[in-house]
Design a protein around this ligand. Structure first.
Ligand code: ADP
Ligand code: MG
Length: 353
């Protein structure tokens, strides 16, 4: 929304903020700049300040982040009920755009790491999933695609009670539905099949990432930790069974990088298990691995199991499960299958989920 972006830009230039922040420690670092923990001298609260590099491309993307988050916070979630990070202020400091956020806790990747990459208890998987879905419903209402959902961008809230809670952060890659500009988006492990294949995308790409996150919370490790996009696709095919539908492979612009047309066996498009499809995936020998993506060691973190076996037999050694645990896992598999549908049109919406 260019009006909104222009508005934020003008406001930023014309406004002077009296707010003073005292930098305390480093919280995170990325290509955009850094996130630092600061003391807000006005309120005496700690805040997290994202300091953006003073280069036009980063500045511009951060203005988009501010614009979208402003709309989300003020218009779509005024009472802070839907687990989206609150933006407290933004200002220019020595040509650096600085965005102040409420101070949150560890991200979910750090949480899993601290847990030695063992999965979380089902009650946490369920609670966090529900909370992330609430945020996604609001994002959907606002027509916003996050484009970078992953455990690093889900943060624990500093706990006031014993109930753990999370919030979605980092709208630095987000865009408006119908105004999708970039084709190289999402972090590789969480990248949807339509983005890999180069097909027009919508909010359904966030649902794919969400499915990957839910599985990872339960398993402790990423579901599709591919060293290249081809590797990620291959893992999807092996774990989920099936492959992207024919219409997607026919129309997507990168299909030929990964799939070979083997002739129309069926006329219809209702082929989801790969059997009877007009396409087959290229073999590892056939594929031209791009120089930049040449693996790095390709390692299977997991036994090469189908999704249902992966979930139901976790942690893959003889362990006794109660009847309740068994039943919960069957439900989790069903849930994941709704989220991880190759066909974006058939993938569940946040509300359905
Ligand atoms: P990037 O675009 O580089 O991913 P993020 O907004 O995701 O930037 O911030 C990078 C990291 O900084 C996060 O993964 C998180 O660990 C930390 N961080 C960001 N915002 C906050 C916050 N509000 N509270 C605490 N830590 C934060
Ligand atoms: Mg991030």
């Amino acid at each position: 929304n260019w009006d909104l972006i222009l508005y934020v830009n003008l406001e930023l230039i014309n406004r002077t903020s009296n707010r003073r922040f005292i930098v305390k420690e480093m919280l995170g670092q990325g290509t955009f700049g850094q996130v630092v923990k600061c003391l807000d001298t006005e309120t005496n609260d700690y805040v997290a300040v994202k300091v953006i590099k003073n280069q036009p491309a980063f500045y511009h993307q951060a203005i988009v982040e501010v614009s979208l988050l402003r709309a989300l916070n003020q218009k779509y979630d005024p009472d802070d009920q839907y687990n989206i990070v609150r933006m407290l202020d933004y200002l220019l400091f020595q040509n650096h755009l600085c965005i102040a956020f409420e101070m949150l806790g560890q991200n979910l990747y750090e949480l899993l790491k601290r847990n030695n990459f063992r999965g979380l208890k089902m009650k946490f998987v369920r609670a966090f999933s529900k909370q992330i879905l609430d945020a996604m419903i609001v994002m959907g209402n606002a027509g916003i695609i996050h484009c970078d959902l992953k455990p690093e961008n889900i943060l624990l809230t500093p706990s006031v009670t014993t109930d753990a809670a999370v919030k979605v952060i980092d709208f630095g890659s987000a865009c408006l539905e119908g105004k999708t500009v970039y084709s190289y988006i999402q972090s590789r492990y969480y990248r949807s099949p339509e983005v890999i294949l180069g097909y027009p995308y919508n909010t359904a790409i966030d649902m794919w990432s969400f499915g990957c996150i839910v599985a990872e919370l339960f398993l402790g490790l990423p579901l599709f930790p591919g060293a290249s996009e081809y590797d990620v696709l291959q893992r999807m095919v092996k774990i989920l069974g099936g492959q992207p539908p024919d219409y997607l492979l026919r129309e997507a612009k990168n299909s030929a990088k990964f799939f070979k047309h083997v002739g129309s066996i069926y006329q219809g498009n209702e082929v989801h298990d790969g059997l009877g499809s007009s396409y087959r995936m290229l073999t590892a020998e056939e594929i031209e691995v791009r120089e930049s993506e040449k693996p790095k060691v390709v390692k299977w973190y997991f036994p090469q199991l189908r999704l249902d076996q992966l979930i139901c037999s976790y942690p893959w050694k003889n362990s006794e499960l109660t009847e309740t645990e068994k039943a919960e896992r069957v439900i989790l598999v069903d849930f994941l299958k709704g989220l991880l549908k190759f066909d974006p049109n058939k993938r569940w919406s946040p509300l359905q989920a």
